[in-house]
Design a protein around this ligand. Structure first.
Ligand code: GYE
Length: 357
């Protein structure tokens, strides 16, 4: 191509870029002069699980100085009051954006109204808020937890059918997440729906707060109380680790031969290499993947807003199901087909690399 033609083309592209994203260009220029970064106040809800650690890492990496951000990170330590305090501080600090991963869904209206009055956009990440006024937040990005639950239980249904296990032989206990969290609400609904729909006995549901210690404690209780239980539906991998410890310490075996005394473990996340290894070892039968890498997704949202582009109100990430064998190749939920990934060393290594563990 002739040099002059190339120059005109490049100049044209630059002009278009400038028009489309004048604001961003300004901030990049200012950043070059070492001045203006986009200040983001992120209220993370805590540090309860491997998923959360991977999520925090992803957010911190995305909101680095090199990427043009000044990140103010606050850990709410599982307390809504801490998160509300953090948001009020962000407002006082006049941050450009507030990013909130809410520990539970209700009780945010007042503080979100304060952010709105201060003219600061609020982006929800991972979990939702329960409000009648959707104008109180700009948008949400995270997982569809009820779908995760429905996919995992659809897998269980198909698996049991292939193995010739009748629904009335299935005795499930559910170790829930912290009550009121979106991930808990959706996943608990998944098992409740499945039990009612497919005819399984749902013996009990109790919160394990997404932690290994509480998961173990709740499983110990279930084992004593319900000797007939043969499936445990844990709402994250850390709870599964605790449940497996409790099962093994009680002299029982985790596995899929539930007609001969095994206890089958279902789980969510699939972030930690250890959890994926448990699937290979058939200690966990099925994991509903929950993707924690929201940093770049939230950054993309902010970049769109900087360019004056309105992001979709709700964005859900697509996720897989990891299983221990090839008995079931795909599951159908609400008329949609989802393929199932059989966990192998190769897949596990790839995932571990992706999540940095
Ligand atoms: O599954 C669990 C965590 O909200 C998706 O919270 C998140 C959940 C995740 O602690 O491990």
């Amino acid at each position: 191509m002739k040099k002059w033609l190339a120059c005109i083309l490049v100049a044209g592209l630059i002009c278009l870029g400038l028009l489309a994203c004048e604001k961003k260009e300004n901030s990049i220029q200012q950043e070059d002069q070492g001045e203006q970064l986009i200040t983001v106040g992120f209220s993370q809800l805590g540090a309860e699980s491997d998923w959360r650690s991977a999520n925090t890492k992803s957010m911190k990496e995305a909101f680095s100085k090199e990427n043009g951000y000044n990140l103010i990170f606050e850990d709410g330590q599982q307390k809504q009051s801490n998160q509300i305090m953090a948001i009020r501080t962000f407002i006082q600090q006049e941050v450009d954006y507030i990013v909130l991963a809410p520990v539970t869904e209700t009780g945010w209206d007042t503080v979100l109204q304060e952010a709105k009055e201060a003219g600061i956009p609020v982006i929800l990440v991972d979990r939702m808020v329960d409000t009648d006024n959707e104008d109180l937040f700009t948008c949400f990005v995270g997982s569809d937890f009820e779908l995760e639950g429905k996919k995992a239980t659809a897998w269980l249904k198909a698996y049991l059918e292939k193995k010739g296990i009748a629904p009335e032989e299935v005795n499930v206990v559910n170790i829930q997440g912290n009550l009121g969290a979106t991930a808990q609400i959706g996943r608990s609904e998944g098992i409740r729906y499945a039990a009612a729909e497919y005819g399984w006995n749902l013996l009990d549901q109790k919160p394990g707060d997404f932690t290994q210690a509480k998961g173990k404690e709740v499983m110990e209780y279930f084992l004593k109380r319900y000797p007939e239980l043969n499936v445990v539906y844990c709402e994250n991998d850390n709870e599964s680790f605790g449940a497996i410890e409790a099962i093994e310490e009680a002299g029982k075996k985790v596995g899929t031969d539930i007609q001969n005394g095994d206890i089958m473990v279902l789980s969510f996340d699939g972030v930690n290499g250890e959890a994926l290894q448990y699937v290979i070892d058939q200690k966990i039968a099925c994991i509903g993947e929950c993707n924690p890498l929201h940093g770049p997704r939230v950054s993309d949202i902010i970049q769109s807003l900087e360019c004056g582009i309105k992001p979709p109100k709700l964005s859900f990430v697509s996720e897989e199901i990891y299983v221990h064998d090839q008995t079931v190749k795909s599951v159908s939920v609400d008329g949609k087909e989802y393929s199932v990934t059989t966990m192998t060393e190769e897949v596990a290594n790839k995932k571990a690399e992706q999540f940095g563990n």
